[in-house]
Design a protein around this ligand. Structure first.
Ligand SMILES: *[C@@H]1O[C@H](CO)[C@@H](O)[C@H](O)[C@H]1NC(C)=O
Ligand SMILES: *[C@@H]1O[C@H](CO)[C@@H](O)[C@H](O)[C@H]1NC(C)=O
Length: 431
């Protein structure tokens, strides 16, 4: 048997491991710089101006964003005013913000802040998430009023990989677009109605593209587009003000020990046409994004007035669920994603505010609970039929509600041998 000799090399190794442990431990305090540990970047969106009742829904191309080959670890944002103070939802309702990835031809001058998509489509193309809707919901990051109290961090050793040169076509560069949809509800006749984009309150019968809305379209995004106005109380005066979305991105430099995750966004309104190779039919997902909740019959106890909507879809790949969260509007009472055998993959519930201050506004969804299954415990199999259920209280009717589910999945087909090895190393360091 070989005798264990403690050479200088052995001692050096011990020191190296110790140093690594301290590095991992100190990561509990964020904002360490000059190390491959988590970095925090805080940016401001372009300014948008709102007055009582008005709506801003603009796309901002080429926003400030961390550069290089990195792994995003979290992404949050909130609306602030010109002095940097958070603005509460009952003043400015943040319907949503979404962040989209795109590749732009080098040397093409696209205005940094552009309100509308009017430039040449051949100069850029969006790089969507992993699915599953055919149109829309292709964002990387996106949240609404819940943004202040919703965890978005991606647990180690996982990360959302961006800026990988191998994925960017020659002659192109990677950029990011931010869409912010905000509604100023100071002094409006009906706060909830304005946030639910009720067409009568906006006096809108024709959508943004000039199409006459169907007579049974009572509310939703087609009635609260950019520059529309929700009815304000007679005689109410409020100042115009300049606002920003302040967004915080946490990230680490890419290295081989990070396991990339895929982003999926499921939608309870999805109408899925299953593929049928014999008839040459490919898989199609028609996602309407929004739906309405009819109020329940008078006489039914309020607690029993629950509107349930469900859909079954499957993902194009299998893998382990790393993170899950639903997106619901006010009135939402929870959403669950089930596996084909009925097991719960993730349940996510709205958190309602109880006060007046930003982050705790009574009656608003100020957060969503999230799922962080311990790695390897929640697996979605190849072709597994998932069922998404979205519940709303129907004690009152609602228009333009949503039932989305955002999932981060570690693909089973990635190089798991290498990753599990580094993961073991990681566990060892954490213990
Ligand atoms: C609603 O729109 C119509 C036509 O665009 C206009 O004539 C009417 O005055 C508007 N009503 C209100 C209350 O603004
Ligand atoms: C949705 O509502 C149904 C019917 O009330 C209930 O059985 C189910 O547990 C609810 N699910 C969630 C996710 O809240």
């Amino acid at each position: 048997m070989e005798k264990m000799v403690r050479t200088p090399y052995w001692w050096l190794s011990c020191l190296a491991i110790l140093l690594l442990i301290t590095k991992v431990k100190s990561s509990e305090q964020p904002q360490l710089s000059n190390e491959n540990w988590e970095k925090t970047a805080v940016f401001l969106s372009p300014k948008f101006v709102l007055e009582p009742g008005s709506v801003s829904n603009k796309d901002y191309y080429n926003i400030d964003f961390p550069r290089g080959h990195i792994a995003i670890k979290s992404f949050n944002g909130e609306v602030i005013d010109e002095t940097g103070n958070p603005v509460p939802l009952h003043e400015t309702y943040l319907h949503h913000w979404v962040v989209l990835r795109y590749h732009q031809r080098k040397g093409v001058d696209i205005p940094k802040h552009h309100g509308n998509r009017v430039f040449d489509k051949s100069d850029y193309f969006f790089v969507r998430n992993s699915g599953v809707c055919d149109h829309g919901l292709s964002y990387y990051f996106g949240i609404g009023s819940e943004t202040r109290k919703m965890a978005t961090h991606v647990p180690d050793p996982y990360g959302i990989e961006i800026g990988n040169h191998a994925e960017i076509p020659d002659g192109y560069e990677e950029k990011w677009m931010l869409n912010v949809h905000a509604i100023d509800t100071r002094g409006v006749l009906d706060r909830l109605g304005c946030t639910e984009c009720r067409c009568d309150l906006y006096n809108v019968t024709v959508d943004e593209h000039g199409h006459v809305l169907p007579s049974d379209y009572y509310g939703g995004l087609r009635c609260c587009y950019d520059e529309t106005k929700c009815m304000v109380k007679e005689g109410f005066h409020g100042v115009k003000r300049s606002l920003y979305v302040r967004y915080t991105v946490k990230y680490i430099d890419w290295d081989a020990s990070i396991v990339p995750v895929k982003i999926y966004v499921l939608d309870v309104t999805d109408v899925w046409t299953r593929p049928d190779e014999s008839r040459g039919v490919r898989s199609r997902h028609y996602c309407r994004v929004e739906y309405d909740v009819e109020s329940c019959d008078i006489g039914v106890a309020n607690d029993d007035c629950i509107h349930t909507k469900r859909v079954s879809v499957s993902l194009p790949t299998s893998g382990h669920v790393i993170y899950g969260v639903a997106h619901q509007h006010a009135g939402g009472t929870g959403s669950t994603l089930y596996g084909e055998d009925g097991r719960v993959i993730c349940s996510s519930n709205p958190v309602y505010g109880e006060g007046n201050e930003a982050g705790n506004e009574a009656g608003y969804v100020v957060g969503m609970s999230t799922c962080y299954p311990s790695p390897g415990t929640v697996k979605i199999s190849d072709g597994e039929l998932l069922t998404l259920v979205s519940n709303y209280s129907s004690a009152h009717g609602h228009t333009g509600v949503m039932g989305l589910f955002y999932l981060l999945v570690a693909d089973s087909s990635t190089n798991t041998a290498l990753h599990s090895l580094t993961y073991v190393r990681f566990l060892f360091l954490m213990s």
